[in-house]
Design a protein around this ligand. Structure first.
Ligand code: SF4
Length: 161
């Protein structure tokens, strides 16, 4: 582990936000290309589904996050920058229902595109590779020093400074 990974990350910078959104954009754009080849209407419906799911995650998952709680009126973190705090902050652990949202929300976003991607093997490979890069690099660089200790994915070692 390098030095920057041995300290808790109490704040995200604007460059973090740009970087992680660019990394996340690769699977998103891949899916959009796969769906729009078949139907613009399905793409619009899928994007609406994604937006609604992100709003759900923002309400039930992010509202417990220190990066959400500490913002006066907006959230500034690796995925959101200057987004208003629409929902009440909820410091403390997630309940069972909120944990279920954490599991179900990614499934709702990630599984439906497979219907279109299965017909386009090149895009399917890019989709899986880019998702793997996104998840593994977040795990390696963020989860191990994240201050959101109630997040189910948090893996900060006990001896971190
Ligand atoms: S760091 Fe993650 S959990 Fe916290 S507000 Fe941002 S997206 Fe939500």
């Amino acid at each position: 582990m390098n030095k920057s990974n041995t300290q808790l990350k109490t704040d995200h910078k604007f460059t973090d936000y740009i970087y992680w959104n660019l990394v996340a954009a690769v699977p998103v754009v891949t899916v959009c290309v796969a769906i729009v080849k078949d139907s613009v209407a399905w793409l619009i419906l899928y994007l609406i589904l994604c937006i609604l799911t992100v709003i759900l995650a923002y309400k039930f998952y992010c509202s417990h996050c220190p990066h959400y709680i500490k913002g006066a009126t907006t959230t500034k973190c690796m995925f959101f920058w200057g987004i208003p705090k629409f929902f009440k902050s909820k410091p403390g652990p997630l309940n069972l229902y909120e944990k279920a949202v954490c599991v179900i929300a990614p499934i709702i976003i990630l599984l439906p595109p497979l219907y279109w991607l299965r017909l386009q093997p090149g895009l399917l490979i890019i989709y899986f590779l880019s998702l793997t890069v996104l998840v593994t690099t977040i795990r390696k660089n963020e989860c191990c020093r994240c201050i959101y200790f109630h997040c189910p994915a948090n893996c900060v070692p006990e001896d971190i400074t």
